[in-house]
Design a protein around this ligand. Structure first.
Ligand code: NAD
Length: 314
């Protein structure tokens, strides 16, 4: 399967999944000069996007979108849905893609499933790369996502102009599935850091410290992480809990990270504890809650909130 020329504008791309991330990413593809065809099970998401961008082709079926495009980007909740959209569903992309066309899965999918899907597509003459992202809705809007990329180098080179329209830093991680493994491991480190900060800020408040001071000192000290720098000042101390990444998606990523560690045969007690705590918070708050609301689970366990302040040793 030989990769042909780079996918530069005005190539027509398909975008499947117009959610919190898919919409701003698609907007940046339009800004870069690509022609787009879009599909989502949520008809309103498609209607809203086409109302905003009338030049975009709305597709009623995945096979129709596949026939219209040189490459298709999937930005879907998980790898099982990606698999159904690409290959298994009654209406699917593979039935409409001609040999030599490519699927770019930018969702945070499970790497094992990605490898299996890639092999099945390759048997049909279709290519696939995994290109999950980090940076959240804000960096999706700014077009400055970090993008991890796995797959055959020639296909990655072909897709690089597309990815550069949405991201700032592109990292080649190895073969197909390696980027999905990397993405899950990143979210494990991010979630563990968030959970540690949640306990620390609450413990500090219960001890009589001012929560804002705790966060400021962490950020000037070695305890600093992305959560203390961004999520705590913007989403937690303000009680906005609206970062734009759901608790359900975070728990899915954490389970994937634990699977990656376990697949190598290593003990991973921190990953296990992280999955357990975040899954318990999902039970309490529901999968649709913002992931930053996990703080409310920590508060629930303790029986006091960060805002309650000192509860011991008054
Ligand atoms: P989202 O739930 O907002 O959007 C998902 C979209 O997929 C929705 O519009 C939904 O209708 C659509 N969809 C679901 N099933 C479908 C199907 N069978 N066919 C077509 N469309 C379907 O999710 P999101 O926050 O945009 O996240 C998308 C992916 O990106 C996830 O894998 C997530 O883990 C990952 N991610 C999210 C963020 C973030 O900050 N939100 C950051 C990095 C990575």
């Amino acid at each position: 399967m030989a990769a042909s020329k780079a996918l530069t504008p005005p190539a027509r791309l398909g975008v499947v999944g117009l959610g919190l991330m898919g919409v701003p990413m698609a907007r940046n593809l339009l800004k870069a000069g690509y022609a787009l065809a879009v599909y989502d099970v949520n008809a309103k998401a498609v209607a809203d996007f086409v109302a905003e961008n009338p030049q975009v082709q709305a597709c009623a079926a995945l096979s129709e979108l596949a026939r219209a495009c040189d490459a298709v980007i999937t930005m879907l909740p998980n790898g099982k849905i990606v698999r159904s959209v690409v290959l298994d569903g009654a209406d699917n992309l593979a039935s409409g893609l001609a040999a030599g066309k490519i699927v770019i899965d930018m969702s945070s999918s499970s790497p094992v499933g990605t490898r299996e899907l890639g092999e099945q597509l390759a048997a049909r003459g279709l290519a696939m790369i995994d290109a999950p992202v980090s940076g959240g809705v804000k960096r999706a809007i700014d077009g400055t996502l970090a993008i991890m990329i796995g797959g055959e180098p020639e296909w990655i080179e072909r897709c690089e102009p597309v990815l550069k329209a949405m991201g700032k830093e592109l990292f080649r991680t190895g073969g197909l599935g390696s980027a999905h493994a990397m993405k899950a491991l990143n979210n494990f480190v991010s979630a563990a850091g968030f959970a540690a900060a949640a306990e620390a800020v609450l413990a500090g408040a219960r001890f009589g410290l001012d929560p804002a001071t705790v966060v400021s000192v962490l950020n000037a000290s070695t305890g600093k992480n992305n959560s203390t720098e961004n999520k705590f000042p913007q989403q937690v101390l303000t009680r906005k809990f609206g970062a734009g990444f759901s608790l359900g998606l975070m728990v899915k990523d954490l389970r994937t990270a634990l699977e990656v560690a376990q697949a190598t045969g290593m003990p991973a007690p921190i990953a296990e504890a992280t999955v357990r705590e975040w899954a318990a918070s999902e039970e309490l708050l529901g999968p649709g809650a913002d992931h930053t609301a996990m703080v409310q689970y920590v508060e629930h366990l303790a029986g006091s909130t960060i805002a309650d302040g000192r509860v011991q040793g008054d």
